[in-house]
Structure formats: structure tokens, C-alpha cells
Design a protein around this ligand. Structure first.
Ligand SMILES: [Zn+2]
Length: 318
């Protein structure tokens, strides 16, 4: 029985099951929202430090993804998610993984998703413009209308690929891999185990420590994210990023100095009017005259116009 099993095993192991390849695919698409959630959380806690990350999240993720996927493609011949599930990429014809395959894999794994995300955001903006009555060119309108159909088509092609992979008709489960002429196979067992003692004696390469560390972090964070998701649905507490309330910014010397007076005439404000770009409160006449000639906040020098003024109704005005 064991002998028979040993005879069968090598043939079975060449092609991973559909569940394994799908698990790798679904892990791959979790990274973007998972890291986004962490970034949102950090930005809510410390807006001054992490605010920019939210604004340029796509670019930040592109950088992160380029680094991580680039490393895994070069080192192991597959994406991080594929390696995580013990899979690697191989050419369907030559059974190798050439530099050309590496470059194309990088483009499809990193650059194409970035471009699609950007296009979707652009379409959302055009749609908004169109709904608000602004002019949007016919080509752009057509592109916005075609995009959902293109996505639906791609999903259908993917489904057909899954079925044919399951039925052993094709050697690859994803249209993107098929275009590149690549398939997934099991990662050969590599002797990569090392002890803490080896590490202290400098026998282990930094890259090996980093890559093992990254994989362990990934396992932990995957578990952690599932836990958070369960916790959120159980307690129904809404978005995690809304939990902490950031501290109010510290008052600077000017804010204390101009607490009750108009920073321009240094008297109690007549018709108190706040400038929204800086938060300082002036007399209506003082600030309007100043903005018309200078075009910026007298205290902070932030650019401003009369459209940035907000009337304040405190109740004790005459
Ligand atoms: Zn004044």
C-alpha cells in the first residue's frame, strides 16, 4: 500500500488542486484592503504623521507591493501569496522560470492592479462630475460605461478557466497566467531552517531572516485580521478606523494671544467671523479688507479668499 502510494505521489504533486491556487489568489487580494485598514487606523490616531499615507495610499501600496512581490518573484519565482501556500510559477512549455517570465509576472502582479485601481477612481470622479452637471467628454463617458462590462467579462473568463482547470483541460487556472504561458506547481522543499543560535553567530543571511520574519508576520496578521472581523461583526461596532478619537491639536502662542480679540485690530471682534483655513476669528470688516488686498490669513499666512469665511453666531452678539 505504502509502495503504491509512493509511486502515485510524484504524478499527483505536479499540479496543485484548485483550492490551493484559489486560496493563494484570495490571499493576494486581501493585502490591499488589509493594509488600507491599518493605514486608516494609524491616520485616525495620528493624522499629522499618517494623513499623507491615506491620501497617497495607492502609491504607497505600489511601493510596498513592488518591494515585496519583487523580492518573492526574484527569490522564489512566485508571488508572496503563492509562496505562502507552497506554490511557485513555472513555464508551461520549458518548465523553467526565466528573467522574461519574472518581469512579466511583476508587471501583472504589481503594475496592472495599480493601473486598474487608478482607472476605476478616475471613472468614479468623471461620474461624479457628470452627475453634478459638469462637462465630461463622450469618450470618458463611454469608458465609464464599458468598465463594469469589461470586469464582468474578465470574471466569466476566470470562471471558465477554473472549470477547465478542475476538469484537467488546461494546465493553468488564471487567464493572466495563461497569457504569460505560466502555471503553478509545488515549491521544491528547501532546507531553510535555522536556529536562533545560528543567527547570533551570523551564520544566517539577513535576507533569510527577513523573509522568514515576513512570512511569520503574514500568518499572524492573517489570523489577527480574521479575529478583528469576527469581533466587529459580533459587537457590531462599525468601522474599526472610527474607534479612537484623536487628541485636539495643542494651542500655539498665537491662539492664546488672540483668544478673545481680532488679530488685526486687537479689539473685541465686531461680527465675529472665522477663517476656515486657519481657525482664527476676526471682525468681519477687518478680515474682508485684509483678504481682498493680501489673499491670505494674517496670522498663519495660509492662502485664503472671502469664500473661506464662516460667520459665528454665539448667541451673545447684539
Ligand atoms: Zn478687527
Amino acid at each position: 500500500m505504502a509502495a503504491r502510494g509512493a509511486h502515485i505521489t510524484p504524478n499527483v504533486e505536479v499540479k496543485p488542486s484548485l483550492f490551493e491556487v484559489l486560496a493563494a489568489d484570495s490571499l493576494n487580494v486581501t493585502f490591499y484592503p488589509a493594509i488600507k485598514r491599518v493605514v486608516d487606523f494609524l491616520a485616525t490616531a495620528k493624522p499629522t504623521v499618517f494623513g499623507g499615507l491615506v491620501r497617497y495610499y495607492d502609491e504607497f501600496y505600489l511601493l510596498f507591493n513592488s518591494f515585496v512581490q519583487g523580492y518573492y518573484i526574484r527569490r522564489y519565482g512566485g508571488s508572496l501569496a503563492e509562496i505562502f501556500y507552497g506554490l511557485t510559477r513555472t513555464s508551461l512549455r520549458s518548465k523553467t522560470f526565466t528573467t522574461n517570465d519574472r518581469n512579466w509576472s511583476f508587471i501583472v502582479l504589481v503594475l496592472v492592479p495599480y493601473a486598474i485601481r487608478k482607472l476605476e477612481k478616475l471613472c468614479d470622479r468623471w461620474k461624479e462630475d457628470y452627475e453634478n452637471g459638469r462637462h465630461v467628454s463622450t469618450n470618458r463617458q463611454l469608458l465609464c460605461r464599458m468598465l463594469p462590462y469589461a470586469k464582468a467579462c474578465y470574471e466569466s473568463v476566470k470562471l471558465i478557466h477554473y472549470v477547465s482547470y478542475l476538469a484537467n483541460v488546461t494546465q493553468t487556472h488564471a487567464p493572466s497566467l495563461r497569457i504569460l504561458g505560466l502555471g503553478l506547481t509545488y515549491l521544491p522543499e528547501e532546507e531553510e531552517s535555522w536556529s536562533f543560535k545560528d543567527m547570533l553567530h551570523g551564520k544566517v543571511k539577513v535576507a533569510a531572516i527577513l523573509s522568514t520574519g515576513l512570512l511569520r508576520c503574514l500568518e499572524l496578521s492573517a489570523f489577527f485580521l480574521q479575529f478583528i472581523e469576527w469581533w466587529q461583526t459580533e459587537a457590531n461596532i462599525g468601522d474599526l478606523s472610527k474607534l479612537p478619537i484623536p487628541d485636539a491639536p495643542e494651542l500655539d502662542a498665537n491662539a492664546v494671544k488672540y483668544a478673545d480679540v481680532c488679530p488685526i485690530c486687537l479689539q473685541k471682534q465686531i461680527i465675529p467671523t472665522a477663517l476656515s483655513v486657519s481657525g482664527y476669528v476676526y471682525c468681519y470688516r477687518c478680515i474682508v479688507t485684509h483678504l481682498q488686498s493680501e489673499g491670505r490669513c494674517p496670522v498663519t499666512k495660509y492662502p485664503a479668499t472671502v469664500n473661506d469665511l464662516i460667520g459665528i453666531y454665539s448667541g451673545d452678539d447684539e
